[in-house]
Design a binder for this molecule. Sequence first.
Ligand code: GDP
Ligand code: CA
Length: 336
Amino acid sequence: MRNITVLSGGMGGARFLQGLLHGIEGDLLPGVSPDARVTVIANTCDDWWVHGLKVCPDLDTVMYTLGDGIDLERGWGRRAETWSAKEELAAYGVEPTWFGLGDRDIATHLVRTQMLDAGYPLSQVTEALCRRWLTPRYGDRLTLLPMTDDRAETHVAVADPESPSGTRVVHFQEYWVRLRAAVPAETLVFVGLDQATPAPGVLDAIAGADLVVLPPSNPVVSVGTILGVPGLREAIRGTTARVVGLSPIVGSSHVRGMAEQMLTSIGVEVSAAGVGLNYGARTGGGVLDGWLIDERDADQVARLEAAGIATAAVPLMMTDHDATAAMAAAAVALVR
Ligand code: GDP
Ligand code: CA
């Protein structure tokens, strides 16, 4: 296999990609050429505008993580960050004070916003930013694409006793950062998603792949939104590539993040099988040929196989690059 395409959210996808690239470069993945190229199609439904700046959390998490600029403890934003601009904005009383942009990070957002204002589409802006972060390290081995150049945003309806309707709709960022996903998400609305078109290169990356991977990213607000771009699901269903996914749910928990809240909100069982069956078998109208689940969930293998999805149970905790590369190797082995 020489061409691998990965549909990624932020932190879970970025960590998986680190292990995948480590595995390719170290020739640790039987069946995958050490010259293999990776194309990442990243979710952009988390994007929003704040203080006049365009913020793309998942694109930046992938870019900073693979470019070795991420703050490892926070899992987002720049390492060795300072917060002077945030403090100055707060001193002016400018809202939202709950959303932090670090000083170093602001430089990325200034470049992005200026390029967008000058008329460049997000895909070209992303390419320009990656010339700093990814090209020196990976050359043309790695390409990062936004799923779409169009504006599409996840919004969340939450209960609000003070509102006449009893609910209030907030941007995904407000749900995650200000409300900390601590209240139930009653409804998810993907504003603009059904009008979005795949960014240049996205459909080709799926059609031309040998392997398409759904990493352990959030199945609703990361991979789910990517699959929601019109034409994308059909491209995956039609590709000659093998399609394999890795469960973001381990023993009915999301490890870190908020996959539990999102699955509950769309009525999908919070389990490795629940997520796999929701993606569905390609033979049954879904997108998966294979589905990797954690060894703790081995009792769910039969249920998934009965639905036509090749399934294996292996350790799925991304504790370090070697462990994650072993997950990638198992995913390849499952569908080879
Ligand atoms: P986000 O955009 O930053 O939320 O990141 P993603 O959507 O790419 O991935 C978030 C999801 O990754 C979480 O909801 C978890 O379910 C999953 N995840 C995080 N760490 C691990 C891990 O070590 N193993 C597995 N199997 N899943 C993980
Ligand atoms: Ca995200």
